[in-house]
Structures are given as structure tokens and as C-alpha cells.
Ligand binder design. Structure first.
Ligand code: IPE
Ligand code: IPE
Ligand code: MG
Length: 238
């Protein structure tokens, strides 16, 4: 993955429910199949040499779904974390999380802490799970952190710049998203990485997440390499 640099791919994993319903299955069966797709894509990205992969697994807005679906998703998360601890270590994948983690049930939170600590600084690839995440909430919490420092007298308002702001976000230490992929046919961001995706290339596919394969991932990356990223400048004259 060189050519045009591609450091950070972020995926909005959408369409689990519709995939299941079209097959007469429950929405939770769709989420279970979605977790299987996660395992495949993570392995594939690691093998391809990607450095940063962020997966939108659960939004703050998703808390308002029916209680049994939320409960099922939290159980799937715990199951995933339990099973991944050894595997991530073996592949030198470090896990991190962004979002309001304090809202997760105790068991999921404990497992998350455990796997994050066990895989810290492994360096091969950083896998970031966006859990109980919303881009606006992340920005508001960053503002709150900075306001606290100003109130304590350790930061002056005029010293706040983009870098300092970015360093206060949950996702600090991860470069901006280069490519955002959304599966499941909707063409919107749904509150994902509002700050970090400022100049991301956006790739939408109708394929529902449970069917998204490593080959589909490669297609998105090939599309990305065909883009001209100008970042507000003019194209170089040929
Ligand atoms: C994405 O699939 C997974 C989560 C939001 C947790 P959905 O559950 O949104 O599936 P659709 O969009 O209803 O098909
Ligand atoms: C976005 O999907 C959140 C995740 C993929 C986790 P949603 O299905 O929740 O978003 P909307 O409702 O299509 O905007
Ligand atoms: Mg959806």
C-alpha cells in the first residue's frame, strides 16, 4: 500500500440489519455475521501493511435502539474482545477505542481495558474501535478538556490551535483518515470522525457490511489510488 500514501482507513460498517432481514433472519444474526466480516477485514488489512484501521462499531445514537438489540451488540462486543486478545497480540495489532467508553456495560469496558493494555505499543497496526462514539461528542469532550486546562491556568485561550485541539481528541496519535468507506448503501457520515475526515476520500458501496470481503476492500483502495488529492491547492502542471 504505497503509491499515494494511505495510512488510515476508516469504515462505517452499515447494513447488518437489512442484510439479515432480507434473508428472514433476526437483526442480531446480521450483527453476528458482521462480526465475522470484521475478523476477515482486520486480518486482511494487517497483511496488506496498513498502519491505521478505524471501525465504526456503535454510535452514541445507537443506544436508543431497542434494548434487546443493544444488549446483543454489547454481548457480541465482549465475545469479540475475549476471542481477539491472543490473536491481536500474535499479529502485533494494538487495539484502541474512541468514544464515550464510560457508557459501556462493565464487562465490555473491562475486557476493552484488558485488551488495550495487553496490546499497547505493539506497533504493527493500530485497530481503533469507535464505540459509543459520535464525532460531535468527541469534539465537545475535547473542548471540555481544554476548558478545564484554561480554568486551571495551565493553558491560555490564544494558545489553542488545531494541533492542541487535535491532541485533546480521543483519537489523538492517529493520523487523519485518508479513506472513509461506508457499506450498506447510505451516503452519509452519521456523525463519524467529523474532525479527522476533513479531507478524507469518501467511498460508498451498496454492499451490506456482512458481505464486504477483502476483495471489496481492495477495490476501495484501488479507487482511492485513482483519486487526486489536492487539499485545497491546484493540481501540479504537467
Ligand atoms: C450497522 O448495521 C451496525 C450498527 C449500527 C451497530 P445496522 O444495524 O445499522 O444495519 P441496517 O442499517 O439497519 O441495515
Ligand atoms: C452508523 O450506522 C453507525 C455504525 C455503523 C455503527 P447507523 O445505521 O446507525 O446510521 P444511520 O441511522 O444510517 O445514519
Ligand atoms: Mg444502519
Amino acid at each position: 500500500m504505497d503509491k499515494q500514501s494511505l495510512r488510515h482507513v476508516a469504515i462505517i460498517m452499515d447494513g447488518n440489519g437489512r442484510w439479515a432481514q432480507a434473508r428472514g433472519l433476526t437483526r442480531l444474526a446480521g450483527h453476528r455475521q458482521g462480526a465475522a466480516a470484521v475478523r476477515k477485514i482486520v486480518t486482511h488489512c494487517r497483511e496488506a501493511g496498513l498502519r491505521h484501521l478505524t471501525l465504526y462499531a456503535f454510535s452514541i445514537e445507537n443506544w436508543a435502539r431497542p434494548a434487546f438489540e443493544v444488549k446483543g451488540l454489547m454481548e457480541l462486543l465482549a465475545e469479540f474482545l475475549l476471542e481477539q486478545e491472543e490473536r491481536l497480540g500474535r499479529h502485533r495489532i494494538e487495539l484502541s477505542a474512541i468514544g464515550d467508553i464510560s457508557r459501556l456495560p462493565a464487562r465490555a469496558r473491562e475486557l476493552l481495558d484488558r485488551v488495550v493494555n495487553a496490546t499497547r505499543s505493539l506497533g504493527g497496526m493500530r485497530l481503533t474501535l469507535a464505540l459509543s462514539y459520535s464525532g460531535r461528542d468527541e469534539i465537545v469532550r475535547a473542548a471540555r478538556r481544554l476548558a478545564r486546562r484554561v480554568a486551571e491556568g495551565t493553558l491560555r485561550p490564544n494558545d489553542i490551535d488545531e494541533q492542541i485541539f487535535e491532541d485533546s481528541l480521543d483519537a489523538r496519535g492517529t493520523p487523519p483518515a485518508d479513506l472513509v468507506i461506508r457499506t450498506g448503501s447510505e451516503r452519509r457520515l452519521s456523525n463519524f470522525l467529523l474532525w479527522q475526515a476533513a479531507y478524507a476520500e469518501l467511498y460508498f458501496t451498496d454492499q451490506p457490511w456482512p458481505e464486504f470481503s477483502p476483495e471489496d476492500f481492495d477495490r476501495a483502495v484501488a479507487w482511492y489510488h485513482g483519486r487526486k488529492r489536492t487539499f485545497g491547492l491546484v493540481e501540479a502542471m504537467g
